[in-house]
Design a protein around this ligand. Structure first.
Ligand SMILES: Cc1cc2nc3c(=O)[nH]c(=O)nc-3n(C[C@H](O)[C@H](O)[C@H](O)COP(=O)(O)OP(=O)(O)OC[C@H]3O[C@@H](n4cnc5c(N)ncnc54)[C@H](O)[C@@H]3O)c2cc1C
Length: 452
């Protein structure tokens, strides 16, 4: 690679160990290539300079936030410039009247939520990685999270974007006004494009009035069908829960192995449900508890106050420590129609008992979006191979149930082999042509989404 322009030379990470930490993300099997350069951009002009240089030299560029991608979207590719934008992290123009804020792509999601709350407003997107991931990464992956059942996903909160395209041109999309329909929705195109079209350098986000603190109900079930009937009943309620999570039998056992969260080990499923409706959270949670009892829950507990609500959520919050305790895993992100959720979980349990691969099935049950975990033994290629085969089998089952290969983590590199199976060859060709319009040289995050 020819040397970078002097304006950004000072932003290059020279220490190879530090640089190596920018070459991988949080996905399984993420490994650093032989040669790559890391640039930590501080402002728009740094990004423009890198993309001008990249186009002039035909160098691949990997846009990067906090590297929490579970799909391999932010890993360095051979010879690439890894363009990290965590340093572009200003929050400005929180406008209570218009209900928006303008933020840099490097703003940590939890910080934006906190700043919005200080202004009496609410930024809903809440991936479980909120404390570390960035708004730019959330935009690029169209991240969801725990409250998607009521509030939707990141796309629902992006009003306008500034994006630097290959060659260095700065594109502005969207509208600063409350409404605006002039022209094609290029904001919607960039959201979820996983760094394959350009680099997001500014985001105008929509903010809502603040909700009430959440109250929680927890229900245990002796039957998977009853638990899914409970989810269906809650989705039919005129007031959507703000969270609706499911844990299957194996997940409950893993949590109880970590600490006593009060879950009966022999139950088939646990549901956690919340309401944050201003002035009505307590009546919602009491009604939700009644619906879950009517659906066949064996036990239901409803919180009366915030402390109790948090205590009921303790098991859900311990999920990642419980996973870590079990060892390395492949993490899935399948979304199926809610009505097929019991079929999907049963199929996962059948794959687990047939193959001997330990599979834990939990996630955003209210959206039909589960994150099955496939555990394997470190250093045992056969164990990894069996986990990969089980992973692939469950992707196929999800598709056959009318689902999608990724509900929120993105395609990245891990799901690229299945993209055509979900979309079809003609649709993939059309999407490649859209990419080529923005990125004719194919230098933006090559290998991601569409594969090699
Ligand atoms: C513990 C844990 C829990 C998680 N929980 C959730 C969850 O509940 N919901 C969910 O949706 N995801 C979840 N994730 C996945 C991950 O946090 C999200 O995909 C997140 O949006 C990635 O943000 P990031 O800043 O880390 O981006 P990165 O990982 O750095 O990048 C992700 C993708 O976005 C692109 N990108 C990043 N910044 C830009 C930019 N400025 N311009 C253009 N492209 C860019 C990258 O090229 C890459 O393709 C979780 C991850 C972990 C580790």
């Amino acid at each position: 690679m020819t040397s970078l322009p002097s304006a950004v030379a000072a932003r290059v990470v020279l220490d190879r160990d530090v640089a190596a930490s920018y070459a991988v993300d949080a996905s399984m099997r993420s490994t650093a290539p032989e040669s790559f350069t890391v640039v930590r951009a501080r402002d728009l002009s740094d990004v423009v300079a890198v993309l001008e240089h990249a186009s002039a030299t035909g160098t691949p560029v990997v846009p990067q936030g906090a590297r929490t991608s579970l799909a391999g979207g932010a890993t360095a590719s051979e010879g690439a410039i890894v363009l990290n934008v965590e340093g572009i992290d200003g929050i400005r123009d929180i406008d209570v009247v218009e209900g928006h804020a303008v933020v840099g792509p490097g703003v940590v999601t939890a910080d934006l939520k906190q700043e919005a709350a200080r202004a009496g407003l609410f930024y809903p997107p809440d991936p479980a990685s909120s404390a570390t991931c960035t708004v730019g990464g959330n935009v690029a992956t169209n991240a969801g999270g725990l409250c998607s059942i009521k509030y939707g996903v990141t796309a629902d909160y992006v009003k306008a974007l500034q994006v630097v395209l290959p060659g260095g041109e700065v594109m502005r999309t969207g509208h600063r006004t409350a409404k605006g329909v002039a022209g094609y929705d290029l904001t919607g195109l960039v959201v979820g494009s996983e760094g394959t079209l350009g680099v997001v350098t500014e985001v105008m986000v929509r903010l809502l009035p603040a909700p009430d603190p959440s109250l929680t109900a927890l229900a245990t079930f002796d039957s998977l069908d009853a638990a899914v009937a409970g989810i269906v009943a809650l989705r039919r309620d005129p007031h959507r829960p703000s969270l609706l999570e499911i844990l299957d039998r194996a997940t409950v056992a893993a949590l109880q192995d970590l600490a006593d969260f009060g879950f009966p080990r022999d139950c088939e499923a646990v549901l956690l449900v919340q309401s944050d409706r201003p002035g009505h959270a307590d009546e919602d949670v009491a009604r939700f508890a009644g619906l879950l009892t009517a659906a066949g829950a064996s036990e239901v507990a409803a919180a009366d106050d915030e402390q109790e609500a948090e205590a009921l959520m303790a098991g859900r919050r311990a999920l990642y420590p419980a996973f870590e305790r079990k060892g390395p895993r492949l993490a899935e992100d399948i979304c199926v129609p809610v009505g097929r959720l019991a079929d999907f979980i049963r199929a996962g349990q059948e794959v687990s008992s047939r193959t001997g691969v330990e599979i834990l099935l939990s996630g955003h049950g209210g959206d039909g979006n589960l994150h099955p975990s496939f555990f394997f033994t470190a250093g045992d290629p056969d164990s990894l191979h069996r986990a990969e085969a089980a992973f692939g089998e469950l992707v196929g089952i999800g598709l056959s149930l009318g689902g999608t290969i990724t509900g929120e983590h993105g395609v990245g590199t891990l799901k690229a082999p299945w993209l055509e199976r979900e979309l079809g060859a003609a649709e993939v060709r059309r999407q490649r042509r859209v990419k080529a319009l923005f990125d004719p040289q194919g230098i933006m995050n090559p290998g991601k989404v569409f594969g090699p």
